[in-house]
Ligand binder design. Structure first.
Ligand code: IMP
Ligand code: MG
Length: 173
């Protein structure tokens, strides 16, 4: 494995974070928001995004993955770290690094909706539409990318490369 060309520069990321935050600020105008960063991949994006939000927010983190049953998702969400907060009647914004198959995000939204929040929306920095196995769509998407494995800005390969300031494509050598 080899990290090769930069797909998205740190300047492009910073500009996109500001634009996403501007949309979120406008949409939630004055509302209180519970921002939920999904570990581990979204910790850097969440940290940057919340500092552009001009809203009354609480920030929480959740650890999740979807059980995979062969090639298909079994439709169950594995929660490795749950919220410390009751989200009943809250406006919730899930912050993801990337939506790939969409399995995790779809299950996560269903799980959080079962806790009776007022609303649940999803903001993902990256979206790989070509890999989608369901009808999931994030409410806010930073960049649409092709079916390539990317690392950096929080995203990993086997736990590594999260600290890169840019988003880079991982290629087999
Ligand atoms: P999904 O359930 O297939 O949508 O899985 C999404 C999760 O897979 C993301 O939150 C990432 O943790 C991981 N993932 C998917 N594609 C990539 C990638 O290109 N680089 C790093 N992680 C990825
Ligand atoms: Mg993830």
């Amino acid at each position: 494995m080899n990290i090769s060309k930069t797909l998205i520069t740190k300047e492009q990321i910073a500009e996109k974070v500001r634009k996403l935050a501007a949309r979120i600020n406008a949409d939630y105008n004055g509302a209180e928001l519970v921002v939920i960063g999904i570990l581990n991949g979204s910790f850097i994006f969440t940290a940057d995004l919340i500092r552009e939000l001009e809203l009354d927010i609480k920030v929480e983190f959740m650890g999740v993955s979807s059980y995979k049953d062969g090639t298909k998702s079994s439709g169950e969400l594995l929660i490795t770290k749950d919220l410390q907060l009751d989200i009943t009647a809250a406006d919730v914004l899930i912050v993801e690094d990337i939506i790939d198959s969409g399995a995790t995000a779809k299950l996560l939204v269903e799980t959080l909706k079962s806790r009776s929040p007022h609303s649940v929306k999803v903001c993902s920095l990256l979206n790989k539409q070509a890999r989608r196995v369901n009808d999931f769509r994030a409410d806010y998407v930073g960049f649409e990318i092709d079916d390539e494995f990317v690392v950096g800005y929080g995203l990993d390969f086997a736990g590594k490369f999260r600290q890169l300031k840019e988003i880079k494509i991982l290629e087999e050598v």
